[in-house]
Design a protein around this ligand. Structure first.
Ligand SMILES: [Fe+2]
Length: 424
């Protein structure tokens, strides 16, 4: 194939977003056209395949079929996950791990978290939400900006967590062209918060969005390489499980950014949750990124607009531009305390609204963030935050735990914990 025209790129947030958007869209159209098909023709391929997959998911859901794959932790530990279950995981990009931790263990962790914040007078000192992505409930937060409790650290550095993360990481192609993009057997312990949503909660939920980035997905060189098949007219070869060029590049600074590369986002349930109580939904199609990244190139989108994607907020998935994808939004099945829930980092997700929630909705956010240049860089700042009980750099600088004497101690780290923080 003849050399295609280069793309302009911005390694930091462009000063003039509209101008950069016009430039990159023109360059992408020209590059795709040089491959022999127009951007419209290439998008038509994606619209057909992804649209059919989305319609299929919606139809199966309406027939009452279970959409989310479910795998028993025991099968992951024993290496006996049926081939069919693994195929479904790769097709859907999301998973419930049943019995990841014992139910009693998870419920004990939940009680311990309550005691931990109680002993340290968290609610008396709570200053209100430092970001506006999650509502607070009746003056008490739903998301606790707590990172260093014993239960969180015990779960992050447990062998059971490491085994599931390694299993999930290995769904990705992590080596190609002589480069090992990440180490599937070493996690970087990405610290995130907890959510405790009490019975009786009425919440508007969270609209469909994705978290791996926003304008940088089109505008930085490493992402342009990661999504090379979308941007050079060979969309049929696009593989959402290929980690090449995803694990080193920059992200534009933003209060919603995630510095880490995550193969999967995830959380561990600390309470039983019924499927109709405001739970997580996904569009269970990992390759939907192809649709999201090419849709702005069609003529009905203004030249300075990326279907509403901008800096400083998450990537929105809207009825106006992405309706065929949204029909596939599908909620979790019932989960029990100790189950964990995972979704491919590119996947569209939302949280359903709930009125007068029955039962608690409690989770610890723990993703799979394997060791790679990007995560190694962030791990250094995570380790410093751990030592001082500070909020990690990706989160608002609230630092509630700095003077809490009973947070998880350095001496409590095991081998997995030390490796995850870059200490071994
Ligand atoms: Fe999200």
């Amino acid at each position: 194939m003849a050399a295609l025209p280069d793309l302009p790129h911005w390694e930091q947030t462009p000063a003039d977003l509209k101008d950069a958007t016009r430039q990159i869209k023109a360059a992408l159209r020209a590059r795709i056209a040089a491959s022999g098909r127009s951007a419209d023709e290439v998008f038509a391929v994606i619209e057909h395949t992804i649209g059919a997959e989305a319609a299929g998911v919606a139809a199966a859901r309406q027939r009452g079929e279970t959409i989310w794959p479910v795998i028993d932790y025991a099968d992951i530990e024993a290496g006996t996950v049926p081939a069919q279950a693994q195929q479904l995981l790769r097709r859907r990009g999301c998973l419930v791990v049943r019995g990841h931790f014992g139910r009693d263990q998870a419920l004990a962790w939940d009680r311990e978290l309550v005691d931990y914040v109680g002993r340290n007078r968290f609610f008396q000192n709570y200053r209100g939400p430092a970001d506006d992505f999650f509502a607070s409930v009746g003056g008490k937060p739903e998301i606790y900006p707590i990172y260093w409790s014993p239960p969180q650290m015990q779960a992050r550095q447990s062998g059971r967590m490491a085994r599931v993360q390694a299993f999930l990481n290995r769904q990705w192609r992590h080596e190609s062209n002589g480069t090992r993009w990440f180490d599937p057997d070493r996690d970087s312990l990405y610290p995130d918060r907890i959510r405790r949503r009490p019975p009786g909660t009425t919440s508007a939920g969270l609209g469909p969005h994705l978290d791996p980035g926003a304008l940088e997905l089109w505008m930085t060189q490493e992402y342009q390489r990661a999504f090379r098949h979308l941007f050079d007219g060979t969309v049929e070869r696009y593989d959402p499980w290929d980690a090449a060029h995803r694990t080193a590049g920059p992200q534009y600074p933003s209060s919603t950014m995630c510095s880490a590369f995550r193969t999967f986002q995830g959380w561990t349930a600390l309470s039983d949750m019924a499927h109709d109580q405001g739970v997580l939904h996904t569009v269970p199609i990992p390759a939907a990124m192809a649709y999201l990244l090419l849709r702005p190139l069609l003529a009905d989108v203004p030249d300075d607009d990326m279907c509403g994607v901008t800096v400083g907020r998450t990537f929105p998935v809207t009825e106006q531009w992405h309706a065929p994808l949204r029909q596939a939004l599908t909620g979790l099945p019932d989960v029990r305390a100790g189950d964990s829930v995972w979704w491919h980092c590119d996947m569209i997700h939302s949280v359903a609204p709930v009125e007068d929630q029955q039962g608690w909705g409690n989770v610890m956010y723990i993703p799979a963030a394997p060791w790679c240049p990007r995560n190694e860089r962030y791990a250094a700042s995570v380790c410093a935050a751990f030592r001082t009980g500070s909020s990690p750099d990706d989160f608002p600088a609230e630092h509630y735990e700095r003077d809490w004497p009973d947070r998880f101690p350095l001496a409590g780290l095991n081998e997995i914990g030390r490796r995850g923080l870059g200490l071994a």
